[in-house]
Design a protein around this ligand. Structure first.
Ligand code: SAH
Ligand code: SF4
Length: 418
């Protein structure tokens, strides 16, 4: 049975035209699904009964079931969503003042294998379909609706590398953006890529006003190759060139993400080299202090080191802010998503891992710091604002719940040390 969410508006129209339906039907069905968030054809009451039956026989609306969900004290909610073939992905809702941001996954696992990322360390299983990507947003939109809330932003920053699943990702974005249904403005959508050059160039030609974030993590190709194994295929210069093309084509400022790993890429010489690379570009740097996950052999730098790094960039004329990641304690922040049901979580790796070669210090500073200075950002830690009093993680009862200490690193298990 096909997933209706995999279809563009035009594809839906042609199916309905082939069935002999009048032209206005496509819009009606589209609105039921993408505007009214209905998943049950029998409740699409403005459609003739025969069409409801026919749709129900051929299609499903693939909004996934949550196998588990977990909420922290600030209203960040991580859901483990079931896919049709027994796989699962994680998606995150970040509540922040008047923003409701959904962080979506594009692949089960990730083939890039970044040494500091829990998703990358868990291997690659498969690409998501367009419907499976958009359905993560619809899942949370349905959850928010009874309280009159709406999804205001989407960040493609969950599991996977979106530009290695290009067609499905762009189709999902177009469907969410379509003004006849979900109608989420493209400028409210941010796509983060590890720097897949052909994908960035192609995206620049789509005529889509989405925001682009390029994950850099190192100012030179040698260090970047250690941290982001696939990066050697696309040297930094080429990634920057493609991002410049995107900036010119869309008039949008590009963000550069830089995960700060204590003693690895957070030294002043790295900051100076990064500043030299980005000076004069329409750019903004998001510094992301490392978020721990079990088995990841890195540490978060001290606040002082993070601040000093940022100051070097700003002094050189490069706009930079520190991302305050949301959901760290429930394993919902950047790089912590794994999409594993609790029973399948592998034990932590021992010893040092890639990226901590000889001579590299794993870090001099203490582990994760709570109550660190709030600052800017995009959603795996969106812009800061007033903080609700932290009440600690909550595990939802009723439908599935992540048991404490299972699939998500809790506050103590999350403090990975090399
Ligand atoms: N694959 C894409 C998008 C998903 S990752 C990309 O890499 O850009 C989204 C962001 O989370 C990236 O900037 C990534 O570098 C960051 N990230 C990954 N692991 C992290 C970790 N352990 N701590 C902090 N940020 C991390
Ligand atoms: Fe993949 Fe992004 Fe994680 Fe790297 S950081 S492994 S590209 S999801």
């Amino acid at each position: 049975m096909r997933d209706l969410l995999d279809l563009s508006f035009d594809e839906l129209s042609s199916v309905l035209t082939d069935w002999g339906e009048p032209p206005f039907r496509a819009r009606q069905v589209w609105e039921w699904v993408w505007k009214h968030l209905e998943t049950d054809f029998s409740r699409m009451t403005s459609l003739p009964q025969g069409l409801r039956d026919r749709l129900g026989a051929k299609f499903r609306v693939g909004v996934p079931r949550a196998l588990a969900s977990q909420t922290d004290g600030e209203g960040t909610e991580k859901a483990l969503l079931a896919l049709g073939d027994g796989q699962a992905v994680e998606a995150v809702l970040i509540r922040e003042e008047d923003r409701r941001t959904i962080c979506v996954s594009t692949q089960v696992g990730c083939p890039v294998g970044c040494s500091f990322c829990a998703t990358g360390r868990s291997g690659f299983v498969r690409d998501l379909t367009p419907g499976e990507i958009a359905a993560q947003v619809l899942h949370f939109a349905r959850e928010l609706r009874p309280s009159g809330e709406r999804v205001t932003h989407v960040v493609v920053m969950g599991m996977g590398e979106p530009l290695l699943n290009y067609a499905a990702t762009v189709k999902a974005i177009r469907n969410l953006n379509d003004g006849r249904g979900f109608s989420l403005g493209a400028r409210r959508i941010t796509l983060s890529t590890v720097g897949v050059v052909p994908g960035i160039r192609r995206l620049a030609g789509e005529g889509l006003q989405v925001n682009l974030a390029v994950s850099l993590h190192a100012p030179d190709d040698a260090l970047r190759g250690e941290l982001v194994p696939l990066a050697s295929r696309w040297p930094i210069r080429e990634a920057l060139g493609a991002a410049d093309l995107f900036a010119r084509a869309t008039g949008r400022r590009v963000s550069y993400e830089y995960v700060l790993l204590a003693g690895v890429n957070d030294r002043l010489e790295h900051a100076r080299a990064l500043a030299r690379l980005l000076q004069g570009r329409l750019a903004h740097v998001n510094l992301i202090p490392f978020n721990p996950a079990p088995g990841l052999p890195y540490r978060r730098p001290s606040e002082a080191d993070v601040d000093q790094f940022r100051r070097v960039l700003v002094a050189a004329g490069v706009d930079a802010t520190v991302r305050r990641s949301r959901g760290v304690e429930i394993g919902a922040a950047c790089g912590q998503l794994r999409g594993l049901p609790p029973a399948k979580v592998p034990p932590p790796l021992s010893g040092t891992g890639p990226g901590l070669g000889p001579g590299r210090q794993p870090g001099r500073s203490p582990g994760p710091q709570r109550g660190r200075r709030a600052s800017e950002s995009g959603p795996c830690g969106p812009r800061s604002g007033r903080r609700a009093p932290a009440t600690g993680p909550r595990w939802r009862s009723g439908r599935g719940a992540y048991p404490p200490g299972a699939s998500s690193p809790g506050p103590s298990s999350g403090e990975a040390t090399p």
